[in-house]
Write a protein that binds this ligand. Structure first.
Ligand code: PLP
Length: 357
């Protein structure tokens, strides 16, 4: 029996994607060579990069004038690259929301390059809500937000309209719901939640915003390098990109982002209804800001912890321990997690109530 994997990441992948990926590791494209031992400049692999870019553009309706890039270093390197590419060398200033540990790390990196104005923060409530109603001061080089806060289970349902460049870390909810890419100037995401294995980071950037900071940016860290070299400036993470292509094809074949958004809505509704109904549990995030990707909850009475843990493990559930800064449980429900897995977890929660409630 395959585990019901609620891990916060790296992601889970659809079984057919895992099968196709393992076949390509032995024999890629009928070449009798492994995907892992072909040149990244061979026409077969260049075709993989192009197809992956085309699928992402198609699935997210990326408008003309934007580039889709594959880089390495995870979203963590994007914290640095965003600041280097968008913050002016002299007197650079950017506005950030502080909605969790990852947003905090993005802020720390930006502070190395210029001034950061934190315009909205939920830090004093252990990040259990999404700040709203803030003003972004004039004169900012850009505004940065985190669409989904993986650790705390909060998610932006709406994005503010700002009079500066709009930058978003979508690492943990990209491809899970429709977003209007034209409302953003730069979107980045580590691939490893909804798009594929760790190793590749995707950046969707409006070309015209680049090259305006007056900085001498190191080649790898300059988005323009990756645009001009078509994401082949150095050896790309071939396996990650290939599996991303398979995962994006799986998404498209099943009905695209609109389809998965509805599936994700059903999964979230199922678990949150149980968290709210079952007197043994309580959710940690403010209801209106609850994430469809990561549901965080606690046992009201911690003396049931051992019993509950034994029960979900016996049901084949894995990866639901909460992050240490929130405690309790976190059920991460990325795209490839089927509704049935959420039902299994909900059934265990109901059984616990029968047993000890
Ligand atoms: N941003 C968010 C919202 C995340 O959830 C994570 C990782 O979980 C990161 C950034 C860091 O990503 P990476 O490990 O790819 O650097």
């Amino acid at each position: 029996m395959k585990a019901h994997n609620f891990s916060a990441g790296p992601c889970i992948l659809p079984p057919e994607v895992l099968r196709q990926a393992s076949e390509a590791v032995i024999n890629f494209d009928g070449l009798n060579l492994s995907l892992l031992e072909i040149s990244h400049r061979s026409k077969n692999f260049v075709a993989v990069v192009e197809k992956t870019q085309a699928l992402i553009k198609d699935l997210l309706d990326v408008p003309a004038g934007y580039s889709v890039l594959f880089v390495q270093g995870g979203a963590s390197l994007e914290f640095v690259m965003v600041a280097l590419n968008l913050m002016k060398k002299d007197g650079g200033k950017a506005a950030y929301t502080d909605t969790g540990a990852w947003a905090g790390k993005a802020i720390e990196e930006a502070k190395r390059q210029g001034e950061v104005v934190v315009v909205g923060s939920s830090k004093d409530k252990n990040y259990n809500f999404i700040p709203k109603g803030y003003e972004v001061p004039v004169g900012m080089d850009y505004f940065h937000c985190t669409s989904n806060n993986t650790i705390y289970g909060t998610q932006m349902k709406e994005f503010p309209k700002v009079d500066t460049l709009m930058v978003c870390d979508m690492s943990s909810d990209i491809m899970s719901r429709k977003v209007n890419v034209a409302d953003f100037d730069l979107i980045y995401a580590g691939a490893q939640k909804n798009m594929g294995p760790a190793g590749a980071t995707i950046v969707i950037v409006k070309d015209e915003i680049l090259g305006k900071t007056g900085r001498d940016i190191p080649a790898y860290l300059n988005y323009k390098t990756h645009i001009s070299k078509e994401s082949m400036f150095n050896t790309p993470p071939v396996f990650s990109i290939y599996v991303m292509m398979l995962t994006m094809q799986w998404l498209k074949d099943n009905g695209g982002v609109e389809w998965i958004e509805e599936v994700n809505r059903q999964k979230a509704e199922l678990i949150y209804n149980e968290i709210d109904r079952n007197p043994l549990f309580k959710g940690t995030a403010e209801v209106e800001d609850r994430s469809t990707m990561n549901a965080c909850f606690l046992l009201n009475d911690e003396s049931h912890t051992e019993t509950f843990n034994e029960m979900w493990k016996a049901a084949g559930v894995s990866g639901i321990n909460g992050h240490r800064s929130v405690g309790g449980y976190r059920a991460s429900m990325y795209n490839a997690l089927p509704l049935e897995s959420v039902q299994v977890l909900v059934d265990v929660m109901k059984e616990l109530e029968k047993k000890v409630g």
